[in-house]
Write a protein that binds this ligand. Sequence first.
Ligand code: NDP
Ligand code: 2IT
Length: 458
Amino acid sequence: MNPMYDEQNVAGARKYVQEVYETVVNRNPHEREFHQAVKEIFDSLVPILAKVPEYRQLGILERISEPERLITFRVPWVDDSGKVQVNRGFRVQFNSALGPYKGGLRFHPSVNASIIKFLGFEQIFKNSLTGQSIGGGKGGSDFDPKGKSDGEIMRFAQSFMTELYKYVGPDLDVPAGDIGVGAREIGFMFGQYKRIRGGYEAGVFTGKGIGYGGSLARKEATGYGTVYFVDEMLQSKGLSFDGAKVVVSGSGNVAIYAIQKATQFGGKVVACSDSDGFVYDEHGIRFETVQRLKEVERKRISEYVKEHPHAIYVEGCEKIWSIPCDIALPCATQNEIDEKAAKLLVANGVKAVGEGANMPSTLEAIDVFHNAGVLFAPAKAANAGGVAVSALEMSQNSMRFSWRFHEVDDKLREIMKNIYKDSIQAAEEFGYPNNLVVGSNIAGFRKVADAMIAHGII
Ligand code: NDP
Ligand code: 2IT
């Protein structure tokens, strides 16, 4: 290609990205997290937009950044004291070019339209990267499950589902878990859906209990998948988990199984956290203790030190990033690593960062990692194992057949290897070797954009 022509195309693509980004910001004022997710993806698409002018001519960015549908609804329920409570429910059906909308539900007081839209937007590209036929969606509520009784959780979940059932279905939109939503909540929501629909549509939810249509290895999939992905990235540079010091933030579903797999791979996980503080265990965090405390007993992570008195508990979860480590796996929530935390990690010699959570690093933090030559595995590639096994759960439900644990786990590992390979190849092809942010965004985008073109202007 004529270099002059090429340069003009790059300038044109930059201008296009900027214009559409400004429209997104103006149309969705105050939605900070949504703007951030759009900016990260749009900026890294400049090379492919310069190469394929059709994407611009057919308004792909304008269309892909506007959800197909955003549903919000009232969720009334009665608490144990008899008081009426009202929460707000959300479901964003962002993009169905590749398959039924697919994505988790988050129950956390911080949930609002911006959070749901950032997660739904990310999910489009993540789901595309898995290579499976799933579109992008997300939902949730500002309901806080912490400290609620099982009865309150059930009444809330039933009320939430009484509205949401109208919009979901095995070939339409398939929710799953996320922060604050695990097997218990999914059980209650699935039960209410079944009751209203009057039929057993197992494929309407993923992350179900093993006894009624859930997939083995789904619970473990996001954490394991993150470690599998980071392992690929490390191996490409002759490094490994073996003997590495690892810090994992959070102590929920993703963190627990990231701790287990990183430990199985020979790493020493020295710290994990919850929103109150972190624990440091120089002998290595005991996976079994964290799993029982959090999954079964639903206690705070500070309880860990009662069982392991040599470990220490520090209040303030953000301070976890001051612990020197070789590998950092943020597995709690968005924007938990800011520029300052990233600089601290770099100063303490971090070699690799793998995002188990969604958008845990700010844009400034990502720049710090890239500029320092730290290996960086972005969320939509690194944590795609959860939704990938969700799609395997849908396959099993359709077949009315279940695979064994190792069969699902082998498939998961293969999928994570392929995501790594596709992302690294796209990065190379578009002139950003080793940049997995650019690579995964382009690889995920390309498939969705091509399907959107095939479907016409809809
Ligand atoms: P869980 O609810 O099981 O655990 C969340 C963990 O993160 C808890 O330790 C929680 O602490 C901590 N946390 C949550 N919010 C905050 C906050 N605002 N500040 C500090 N700590 C916080 O959720 P998951 O493990 O499922 O999800 C963790 C992350 O992984 C999220 O970003 C989610 O979107 C992402 N993810 C999840 C997938 C899945 O399959 N579950 C798949 C892909 C990504 P506390 O208990 O104190 O609130
Ligand atoms: O962010 C995510 O990918 C999830 N919370 C999992 C979604 C799913 O449908 O399994």
